[in-house]
Write a protein that binds this ligand. Structure first.
Ligand SMILES: [Fe+2]
Ligand SMILES: [Fe+2]
Length: 134
């Protein structure tokens, strides 16, 4: 089941909250695309877009963590890298017809996002507070 965006996911850093909201929106779009049985090309485009956006978001977070010397950086980056590797593999398989998109993947992505924001991203929130970030 997909997880809906909730205000409790907010980190208080507007840029990142907006990016998280976008990510939830993209997963939802993917879900709708699958349910409506859109073509492989269209689903592939949504999936590629989700991947690119995720990379952009992760690097934005990492940049700020490095800039401000956040002590949880290594641990956080590890989670980002693991997900990036997994999704990249899905993508390659999908484009090579080795993998069929399913509700499992969507559930996994949506759960991952919920857990990562709730546990990891929330940890940087108090640290970044008052550092002039929006
Ligand atoms: Fe993160
Ligand atoms: Fe994040």
């Amino acid at each position: 089941m997909l997880i809906e965006w909730e205000d409790s996911f907010k980190t208080g850093i507007n840029t990142f909250d907006e990016q998280h909201l976008q990510l939830f929106g993209m997963i939802k779009k993917l879900d709708i695309g699958i349910k409506e049985k859109k073509s492989k090309e269209i689903i592939g485009e949504i999936l590629d877009g989700l991947f690119d956006y995720t990379i952009m978001h992760f690097s934005a977070e990492e940049k700020v963590m490095i800039k401000h010397g956040f002590s949880g950086y290594e641990e956080h980056k590890k989670e980002h890298d693991e997900l990036t590797r997994k999704v990249k593999n899905y993508l390659v398989d999908y484009h090579n017809n080795r993998f069929l998109l399913s509700a499992d993947l969507l559930g996994f992505l949506s759960n991952w996002l919920k857990n990562h924001i709730g546990l990891m991203d929330k940890k940087y929130a108090p640290f970044f507070c008052g550092k002039g970030l929006e």
